[in-house]
Write a protein that binds this ligand. Sequence first.
Ligand code: Q46
Ligand code: ZN
Ligand code: ZN
Length: 315
Amino acid sequence: MKCRVCRGPAVIDLKRHNANFCGDHFLRFCQQQVEKAISEFDMFEPTDKLLVAVSGGKDSLALWHILHGLGYDVDGLYIGLGIDNYSDVSGEYAKKFADAHGLKLTFVDIVEEYGYDVPNGSRAARRAPCSACGMSKRHIFDRVALEGNYDVLLTGHNLDDEAAVLFGNVLHWQTDYLARQHPVLPARNGLPRKVKPLVRLDEREMAAYCVVAGIDYMLDECPMAAGNKHLRYKDALNSIEAASPGSKQAFFHKFLGQAAHFFEGAAQELRDELQPCDTCGAPTPSGTCAFCRLVDRAGGTAVPVQLTQAPSRTP
Ligand code: Q46
Ligand code: ZN
Ligand code: ZN
């Protein structure tokens, strides 16, 4: 097995690209896929202030590493979710990575700052753990981005994640979710633009990137992920991919190119005006935001968003 570029010994074969790469050229390939996603979807400019959400897992650390390697000035944000030992250990991986590369990491611990954790929050709000967790993370992403005047929030969602979400949304024809299924969610009401630069790379490629680049990451899965329906969708797509390499990429990227525009009407509704939350001041459709309601039910305390300047960004 030889590298497609230098003909040296290859360390990985990528069936959907019909290519093999040595370590160095595989790292370069991943960088190029990220560069391509950034320009294809017009994600951000070199002058934008970037914040990447890191979990301590392979995807977000690989993304941070790639962007740093490409010369972007990008800070990290880690959120401690209070999920047993998992949160403590994953936070250590994030800190270790930031220290090793001299990068700035903002660390938010929801138990210390808000007085609740994801297991309690999900029980109190009668939401599935991933739903309570996702809402908490989105709120804190927005809060830290607003307080730090970041223009763009980046997440490490990869091709497998996006294809699995699309699969679920199509299975149930959730048109409002399909409207949001894009690697770029525009800025609105002062909230930062949200982008997913790993949409051209899959899970196996991200794990291989970390191994080849020498990035130490949290291998354990979140204990609350069990039963998450997206894991079943990933399994289904993986069996299709094994029989027909390239299917996942075609499913997701052809949706973006050929079908996403059918759902633009629903996307427009999502851009309606937002008001400051009565409790924390974060933008919300009306009254008290869903996050503050969850914190309240879980017996915690909402933290007001501290704006250093008035939000001025437009979609
Ligand atoms: S951390 Fe949170 Fe994930 Fe754990 S509870 Fe679910 S959403 S699985 S990325
Ligand atoms: Zn090579
Ligand atoms: Zn609120």
